[in-house]
Design a binder for this molecule. Sequence first.
Ligand SMILES: Cc1cc2nc3c(=O)[nH]c(=O)nc-3n(C[C@H](O)[C@H](O)[C@H](O)COP(=O)(O)O)c2cc1C
Length: 394
Amino acid sequence: MCKKTVVLGVCGGIAAYKALDIVSNLKKKDIDVHVIMTESSSQFVTPLSFQSLSQNMVIYDMFEEPKSFEIQHISLAKKADIMLIAPATANIIGKVANGIADDMLSTTIMATKAKVVFAPAMNTNMYNNVIVQQNIKKLKDLGYEFIEPSSGRLACGDEGKGKLADSKLISEIVSSMLYDKKDLIGKKIIVTAGPTIANIDPVRFITNKSTGKMGYAVAEEARDRGAEVTLISGPSSLSDPFGIETVKVNTNEEMFDEVVSRFEKCDIVVKSAAVADYKPKAYSESKIKKKEAQLTIDFIKDRDILKILGERKSKQILVGFAAESNDLLQNAMDKLKKKNLDYVVANDITRSDTGFASADNLVTILSKNGKLIKLEKMTKRCVARELFNLINGY
Ligand SMILES: Cc1cc2nc3c(=O)[nH]c(=O)nc-3n(C[C@H](O)[C@H](O)[C@H](O)COP(=O)(O)O)c2cc1C
């Protein structure tokens, strides 16, 4: 993705300090950020803080001597891939809705052709005020985007809707909007992630080391490329990604039910979950007591969800993952054939710097048409990108 530019408008509200976090999150995603502050916002946070984090001059005075021969509100309006207004006050929303351009921020919003996204933050009575709501509706109808504020205890002590949406969420939404490739629009994709558990008794279960990171990365990549994504996840500490229907399950059986009920209508299934292959032969209704020196539990094979999907598939593209500790390619190829897969992503789980729990993965992707792509060590998100590139024929 070539470098993108976000012009961030910061307005005069208590939440202005949270915009510092937004700048820092966007910069971590290698996005160029230019900040325009309203005059009142400088009562809450200093321009120097934004300048330091964005590594760009902060603009707030429309009539300041220009640093270069550019009319700044026009040049920034053109440079922006997205204009994000966070926090957006009742005032800026009202001004834009009524065509007022009386400072640097409102003038730049008026002059830009880029998508404009407002993240409002204000007292709940202000937010619910019928004039504010009418202004928001008018702007939404005109194609301006809004990131809804959340509810909770506000800075003024009132409870209700009006808190600036989480700054990480705002950054994620904006970077998702900036994503260039939209080649999965109209596709329904199921992604499974994480481990499953097999219960032994009311307090004990067995599981595996999967964290869900790979599957969540696949789901986010598919979402950003425009797909309608359902993520079916075993227990994971990762937070539910925005814009994705996330279904939480525990056992192999629950995972099976959720996948199968959606399978027919979907186009692509990526099964990155590490589903338990075995479960205890008998579940003990009561807690197993500590009596003998040795405890033996018999395990029986559980359902092979991927194999069942392979047998049932019609038009769907089916992708499996093969976590192997030996004979990586041979085992992956066998899995591809045996389970009637279209692609298999093979990873060597003996390495400590990739695979389970790691941010990176080192994989080889095999296709049923005999293609073999050995990828360098890369982030799980990049692996997901390469996978969809391959599925889409690049
Ligand atoms: C302490 C304080 C906190 C404020 N917080 C907010 C707020 O969260 N949201 C809002 O819409 N206005 C808030 N205001 C009012 C705005 O600062 C005021 O409407 C100002 O004109 C907004 O200017 P701007 O939109 O150009 O930044 C606050 C004012 C004060 C004094």
